[in-house]
Design a protein. Structure first.
Length: 537
């Protein structure tokens, strides 16, 4: 019969178990921890008390009947109980059915279930050659604050102080997920070298390990450097005694300038998370750089590049975007610095902060303007384009919803602004003149704003005025067949006056006065036999 959680042992499993149990029976004391601290009285020292109880079991290791009673006792030391059960199993001739141990951290193993001892403790004694699993018998003591280190010769208990034995780190490196070599007395991963700022330096006592980002990022699955080392000890808390040095700084950061306290604290938090096995190797270096850059409280930073506040223009030059986008960014950033600072996060959210610092995750003007536009769009529209009030609010709302590329959007705004400035220079408002003079004014306005090509369709419908217009712009050959002879006869007399009017509009387009345009319009009215005063009324 097969009980749940058991299996029929293969030949390889049986051979391994028989060897382990035989060694356990021959020399059980060698599997107990070595005490490397000044022990208190056994009665008050739980580790010494367990060892004393184990000594009682070892003294009766060949008394199978006594072992059978001890391994089934519900009271007493749990470590000694599991040791009795394992020694009892060492005397068995039949071990074809074995129990199965599976753990996400300590791996899998087969063991012989005997007595009421804890599964992990039985696994520990029956798989003592395994450098991680041999520690499991002492996990309850580890939870109470005692430190155990797995070394080649067994286990060392250092009491309440975590003091790794000599050579422990070097032995632990055999489990790490990449190849290690020694260079200049430092254990190095494949692409690491001692003294490089972009490498992580992991230190335990006098031993150091240099780790390159390329090696860490290549680690997949559940394994990691920190985990491989930490599981050679209980409790697996490397952050208590291990030291980590990381010398990377963003491009442009002043040489020998220390990190701000806030940034260093965040970097330390990331390192502690890694040492405590809550951050995988592949995410360590990116998390460190992000923590540093997003917590600098001085200067301007984009991604992983830094500028001093005096170099704001250089920072803007390094951003990707059109001149209108950069002009808008400069206006916003300058205004933000007057009240403190600004952070634009990777999730597209902008936040005003008290520290005089600019932190931008993205180097694209568009990406930053998308985040800043809802709160700062009114400033851009007013200061650059002269748009305020409800008109500005409508533009801000439309752009926020559409998220149109800001390069195209601001270019359009620039065109509309230029059109607005140009039309404001004309002495009469759009549609203010009526009759033939009004139609001539409309043709001139459109030609100056959109180009002459956009006016030809309108001219085709204007009869004599249209014929005069195509003559002014030398489009007779292509457009002449569209006009009647009467229109040609009448419009031919208006060509000089209309040409003078168009040339006068060029003075307006260049920022000149409107006197010449008014005179030219009056001359056109006279030539065409219309009254300018009637048009105005």
């Amino acid at each position: 019969m097969r009980v749940r959680g058991t299996k029929r042992a293969s030949a390889g499993v049986l051979k391994r178990l028989e060897k382990n149990l035989s060694n356990l029976l021959d020399d059980p004391r060698s599997l107990l921890p070595i005490i490397s601290y000044t022990a208190r009285r056994t009665r008050k020292d739980p580790v010494k008390r367990s060892l004393a109880e184990c000594e009682k079991v070892i003294a009766r290791k060949n008394d199978r009947k006594w072992l059978g009673k001890r391994m089934s006792r519900r009271r007493g030391d749990t470590v000694a109980r599991a040791l009795a059960g394992s020694l009892h199993a060492a005397h068995d001739d039949e071990r074809s059915m074995v129990a199965v141990f599976n753990h996400p951290i300590f791996g899998s193993a087969s063991f012989v279930r005997r007595g009421t001892g804890k599964q992990t403790t039985l696994v520990s004694f029956q798989n003592h050659p395994h450098p991680r699993q041999r520690l499991l018998a002492w996990e309850d003591h580890a939870r109470s604050g005692w430190w155990f280190f797995s070394v080649e010769d067994g286990i060392v208990c250092t009491g309440h102080e975590p003091k790794p034995p000599d050579g422990w780190l070097e032995e632990s490196l055999a489990d790490v997920p990449f190849k290690m070599t020694i260079r200049d007395g430092v254990h190095c991963s494949k692409d690491a070298a001692p003294g490089r700022d972009d490498c992580l330096l992991f230190k335990v006592g006098d031993e150091s390990v240099a780790l390159a980002e390329s090696d860490l990022s290549g680690v997949t699955g559940e394994e990691s450097f920190a985990r491989s080392v930490a599981l050679r000890m209980l409790p697996p808390k490397l952050s208590v005694f291990a030291e980590v040095e990381w010398g990377w700084r963003p491009e442009g950061w002043p040489e020998d300038e220390p990190l701000p306290e806030a940034a260093q604290e965040k970097v330390d938090e990331v390192i502690d998370a890694w040492l405590n096995l809550s951050l995988m190797d592949s995410g360590l270096m990116p998390a460190l750089r992000k923590a540093l850059c997003l917590n600098l409280d001085v200067g301007c930073i984009i991604g992983e590049r830094w500028w001093s506040m005096d170099d704001l223009s250089l920072m803007l030059d390094a951003m990707s975007g059109s001149p209108p986008e950069k002009a808008a960014m400069k206006l916003i950033l300058t205004a933000a610095l007057e009240e403190g600072g600004l952070t634009v996060r990777s999730d597209g959210k902008a936040e005003e902060i008290d520290a005089p610092v600019l932190r931008l995750t993205e180097s694209s003007c568009h990406a930053n303007l998308v985040a800043l536009w809802p709160d700062w769009g009114d400033l851009v529209l007013e200061e650059i384009y002269g748009i305020v009030g409800e008109a500005a609010a409508d533009i801000i709302e439309r752009q926020t919803k559409r998220k149109q590329g800001f390069g195209a959007f601001l270019k359009k705004m620039e065109v509309e602004r230029a059109e607005h400035l140009l039309t404001d220079r004309f002495p009469w408002g759009d549609g203010e003149l009526s009759g033939l003079c009004g139609r001539a004014d409309a043709l001139v306005r459109k030609a100056r704003i959109s180009g002459v090509g956009g006016t030809i369709n309108l001219a085709r419908k204007e009869g004599a005025l249209g014929w005069a217009w195509v003559n002014v712009h030398e489009r007779v050959e292509s457009e002449g067949w569209r006009f009647e002879s009467d229109a040609k006869d009448k419009g031919g007399d208006w060509v000089p006056a209309l040409k003078t009017l168009f040339e006068a509009s060029g003075v307006l387009a260049e920022g000149g006065g409107s006197e010449a345009y008014v005179e030219a319009m009056q001359a056109l009215a006279t030539r065409t036999g219309t009254s300018l005063e009637d048009s105005e009324s």
